[in-house]
Design a protein around this ligand. Structure first.
Ligand SMILES: CC(C)(COP(=O)(O)OP(=O)(O)OC[C@H]1O[C@@H](n2cnc3c(N)ncnc32)[C@H](O)[C@@H]1OP(=O)(O)O)[C@@H](O)C(=O)NCCC(=O)NCCS
Length: 154
């Protein structure tokens, strides 16, 4: 399959919502009508487009968006240069394992280098197939064994 990476546009919200709705672990999306997911994704993408602190990339196959990556450029005061935080990387099940995930991360890394970032980071559930298959490790990412991940649910 031939893939193309480009900046995501608001008109991609429906396709991105469909990718999210296919994943079994976002309960809020699977319980609402598809249009509601599409509207929320469009609203959040519009927020991302308001300034240069966010990048959403779309992965296309034959003109259809089949994967995407979302990155937030964070100017941590403790780092010599900003970090790119990859909050989302998802590929439609039918298009996995054919190189698109790596292509999207390569494009993220390219932009991070252009921005002079010091590093990229992301979270990967240890119970996920991608973790078991060592997707990130195989393409050069390092797991931070010493860090715990905390959230405070609001
Ligand atoms: C993980 C994911 C982003 C990788 O993208 P991809 O395009 O499938 O991966 P690539 O083709 O670039 O690289 C192949 C590697 O991806 C991983 N991969 C492939 N198919 C996969 C699948 N169905 N589920 C999870 N990981 C998979 C494997 O590590 C594979 O390497 P291997 O064949 O040596 O085992 C994609 O499979 C996906 O969206 N999975 C479900 C959602 C997810 O887990 N996202 C990551 C959250 S942090």
């Amino acid at each position: 399959m031939e893939f193309r990476i480009r900046p995501a546009e608001l008109s991609d919200a429906g396709a991105i919502a469909a990718i999210l709705r296919e994943l079994p672990w976002f309960e809020s999306a699977s319980k609402e009508p598809p249009e509601a997911t599409g509207e929320r994704v469009a609203r959040l993408m519009a927020m991302c487009q308001r300034d240069s602190s966010h990048t959403v990339l779309a992965g296309e196959c034959e003109g259809a968006v089949v994967g995407y990556a979302s990155v937030h450029w964070l100017p941590y005061l403790i780092l010599p240069a900003p970090e790119g935080y990859v909050s989302e990387l998802f590929i439609l099940a039918s298009h996995r394992g054919q190189g698109l995930g790596k292509m999207l991360l390569d494009a993220v890394e390219h932009e991070a280098r252009l921005r002079g970032c010091s590093r990229l980071s992301l979270l990967n559930g240890r119970h996920r197939e991608s973790y078991a298959r060592e997707f990130y490790r195989k393409i050069g990412w390092t797991e931070r064994e010493a860090m715990a991940n905390f959230v405070r649910v609001l």
